[in-house]
Design a protein around this ligand. Structure first.
Ligand SMILES: Cc1cc2nc3c(=O)[nH]c(=O)nc-3n(C[C@H](O)[C@H](O)[C@H](O)COP(=O)(O)OP(=O)(O)OC[C@H]3O[C@@H](n4cnc5c(N)ncnc54)[C@H](O)[C@@H]3O)c2cc1C
Length: 428
């Protein structure tokens, strides 16, 4: 492999953005990617369900200021919020209009209460500390805000980070899939696949050296985009070891787990659900193993199911069949034997991010008291010759492809500045 100016470890959203920015600046770049495909935690399977199905990232959140939105303009982005409808079941029956209004009000009250608490909250406060409890919808709101959206329980998340990383509408779906979209953005980049970096030497005055089964690649600077679970587990050995503060930051930003399943219809029955109907059931506990579904997106013939938080980790430990069994049981509870008739025997496709050796989870949250970790991890080392990027480094759009993308651009600018002998800009 020819030695580049800057090497990028990982070809997920952050690595691709970094590589494109370096190339646009006229510098040589090489991306070393452990998998045999780009996109990392954004991955579309287009064959199993005979339609594009994103096993990882699904939406471009906060699309009006998502850094990927301008690039997605040609990908027919679709505003999911414009067609959302909800079917929430309470003990098997649809929630009444007044109950749904109560649900909405509980949601608004949850956010208002957490925001009001923030100025006086102790530094180690979690998102659970101020969450309302005891009302008919409080557990449901906590379930959504914790395990479903953030992939972790509220008690494990720092209050400030939780509020700082809230995402707004519009939420765009890309009909071809976000994984396919990112693969398109990888086209033409010098990416070496199957190139897992095992050791990174970064203390030398002349630059950095990456080593793995692929051999050795030297460069003047490196951008590392590994998921924090891998950094914390020591999957990449740094020589010299990382500063204690940087290493601690990776531990302070663990990955929660969210898994997805696609279940294809066996025949014509669509269970009486219109396309894009969101199906959920009211839970009594935040950590209940309850799944949520989106029915027949774009009129396609599959349901998209989600399971997050501790229940997702438990299913992931039980093995590959557990998520599918849970999904089918959930649908049976909602629709009776009709669910099996509608879905059994047809293809299913599930993600397994917890057991994925190059992810080890879905996306990051900050532990209580550790909201500063995102900025610490994103602070360039060695004057910009070693930079970290990835969703976990973005203090505002963490846990998203847009955040990963922008953090990759920031890291590229820091590394380019280092090459030009300019000190890196302060972290945003
Ligand atoms: C189920 C699920 C649903 C999600 N939903 C959404 C959503 O709707 N919207 C949204 O915006 N985001 C969503 N996300 C989060 C989003 O996918 C991530 O935030 C984003 O893709 C992370 O990009 P990244 O570049 O930081 O990391 P990654 O995509 O993980 O990229 C890191 C890359 O490094 C590679 N790598 C690992 N180890 C090595 C090594 N030793 N050497 C070389 N390469 C290595 C990996 O293979 C990977 O390709 C979801 C994620 C999951 C799992």
């Amino acid at each position: 492999m020819a030695d580049p100016d800057i090497l990028v470890v990982g070809a997920g959203a952050a690595g691709l953005a970094a590589a494109r920015a370096i190339r646009a600046a006229g510098r040589g770049v090489r991306v070393l990617e452990a998998r045999h495909r780009p996109g990392g935690r954004a991955w579309t399977d287009s064959t199993t369900l005979a339609a594009p199905f994103d096993l990882g990232a699904t939406w471009l959140h906060q699309a009006l200021d998502n850094p990927l939105a301008p690039l997605a303009a040609g990908a027919a982005p679709f505003d999911h919020d414009a067609v959302r409808r909800h079917l929430c079941l309470i003990d098997g029956r649809p929630a009444a209009e007044a109950e749904m209004a109560d649900y909405d009000a509980t949601y608004a009250a949850f956010h208002a209460r957490l925001r009001a608490a923030l100025p006086e909250a102790p530094p180690g406060a979690s998102a659970a500390d101020f969450a309302p409890r005891g009302g008919p919808w409080d557990a449901m709101v906590a379930h959504w805000e914790g395990p479903v959206i953030c992939a972790a329980p509220l008690a494990e998340m720092d209050l400030r980070d939780f509020l700082d990383t809230q995402l707004d509408a519009p939420n765009w779906l890309l009909p071809q899939g976000i994984g396919n979209f990112l693969s398109g953005l990888a086209a033409g980049l010098p990416i070496a696949y199957g190139a897992a970096v095992e050791r990174l030497e970064w203390g030398r005055a002349g630059g950095v050296v990456a080593e793995g089964a692929f051999g050795r690649v030297s460069a003047r600077a490196a951008i590392v985009t590994l998921p924090t679970a891998l950094l914390a587990a020591g999957a990449l050995r740094f020589d010299p070891p990382l500063p204690a503060e940087t290493e601690q930051a990776a531990h302070d930003l663990p990955l929660g787990l969210l898994n997805k399943i696609g279940l294809r219809a066996a025949g014509e029955d669509r269970l009486g659900l219109a396309p894009f109907t969101g199906l959920e059931r009211r839970v009594e506990r935040e950590d209940e193993a309850a799944m949520t579904f989106i029915a027949w997106p774009f009129g396609q013939d599959h349901l998209m199911g989600f399971l997050g938080g501790p229940a997702a980790w438990e299913a992931s430990r039980e093995g590959p069949a557990a998520l599918e069994e849970l999904a089918r049981a959930e649908l049976r509870a909602a629709f009776g034997p009709r669910a099996d008739a509608a879905l059994l025997g047809a293809a299913a496709l599930a993600s397994d991010w917890g057991n994925d050796p190059y992810a080890r989870g879905a996306y990051s949250h900050a532990r209580p008291g550790r909201a500063a970790a995102r900025r610490i991890l994103g602070t360039p080392l060695a004057g910009g010759r070693l930079c970290f990027a990835g969703e976990a480094c973005h203090p505002r759009l963490a846990a998203t492809v847009g955040g990963a993308w922008e953090s990759g651009e920031w890291a590229a600018h820091a590394a380019l500045a280092a090459l030009a002998g300019v000190p890196p800009e302060p972290v945003r």
